[in-house]
Write a protein that binds this ligand. Structure first.
Ligand code: BDR
Ligand code: CA
Length: 307
């Protein structure tokens, strides 16, 4: 079982990832840290606790993290995820409470208490992760790796070229990419691919098992933006599935940076010329750190693993 800390901006698809991490025998969810992104951080915390209730998760510590990106003002995704960031499903508030202390403290203590290296899975803007790397670098060096959902090889969703998590806090992503730690990027192209048929979503939604019905309601809300009969994506949950079952993805080690200025702010630049060695001829030393980029995913296998 892979020990995991999930850093989330819950978010319908972050919620699907938490559901998966609670259920899979391949990962051990040790802690959850919350960051401003899809909605403001207090709402992210409330959503996260509600989701952990809804999926019947065992007790797991949840901490509050950054209220805003390092440099930019916060910009939420209420248009996509609803005014509460969780599909406006009128869910009952949770009796669970966040632990005292900040997200960076919970990441540190979780690493300290683990006998094995922990994987940090970032499913929102990278603000908490960057703050953790800067605050506790010795603990960061003990991580197995950082897997983040963010960035894109080509087309963005927040802007024509930038993916939301990268665009929300590009400086934080810069810190992560340049950390020298093992970093894996699960970008928008693979994020979009694993999908569930509407019949599968309907089966979740009508399950006699309350946690499965809860996941069905999340999937139904997440699918509102897709055409009526189209299969429904699992978004961030695909990154969790990849982390737990890396054999379902193909990774290439490629020089990767993020644009910090201009109209391309938040765009990830993944240099695929590295395959032919051309980038080594033309890029200056240290300009674009090597990053493990998930370039292919077995979408059917990931969808099957999710269900
Ligand atoms: C990412 O942005 C958020 O809306 C989703 O939760 C996901 O993490 C996709 O760009
Ligand atoms: Ca997210």
């Amino acid at each position: 079982m892979i020990p995991v800390i999930a850093d989330v901006d819950t978010g319908l698809d972050d919620a699907l990832a938490l559901a998966y991490l609670t259920a899979t025998p391949h990962a051990d969810l040790r802690a959850v840290t919350c960051v401003a992104g899809n909605t403001h951080v207090e709402q992210v915390v409330a959503n996260t606790l509600t989701v952990l209730d809804g999926v019947g998760a065992p007790p797991v510590p949840v901490a509050t993290g950054a209220r805003r990106p390092l440099v930019s003002p916060p910009r939420h995704a209420h248009g996509f995820h609803g005014s509460d960031g969780l599909g406006d499903l009128a869910l009952a508030p949770s009796g669970r409470r966040p632990v005292p202390g900040a997200a960076v403290d919970l990441i540190r203590t979780t690493i300290e208490r683990s006998a094995e290296p922990v994987t940090l899975l970032a499913l929102g803007p990278l603000t908490n992760v960057a703050l953790f790397l800067r605050t506790f670098p010795d603990h960061a060096a003990r991580l197995a790796r950082i897997v983040f959902m963010g960035g894109a090889l080509a087309v963005g969703n927040a802007t024509p070229v930038a993916e939301f998590n990268a665009w929300h806090d590009p400086e934080a992503l810069h810190v992560v990419l340049h950390s020298g730690l093992p970093v894996t990027m699960y970008g928008l192209e693979v994020f979009e691919r694993p999908r569930l048929a509407r019949s599968a979503v309907a089966a979740w939604a009508s399950s006699p098992h309350p946690p499965h019905r809860f996941v069905g309601s999340l999937l139904t809300a997440y699918g509102r933006h897709d055409p009526l009969a189209a299969p429904v994506g699992i978004g961030d949950a695909g990154a969790a599935c990849y982390l737990a079952r890396p054999e379902n993805g193909t990774v290439e080690r490629l020089p990767t940076t993020v644009q910090l200025a201009g109209t391309g702010r938040g765009q990830t630049i993944v240099d695929r010329r590295a395959r032919s060695g051309e980038s080594e001829q033309h890029a200056g030393p240290g300009q674009a750190p090597p990053t493990d980029v998930v370039t292919e995913i077995d979408a059917d296998a990931v969808a099957a693993d999710f269900t």
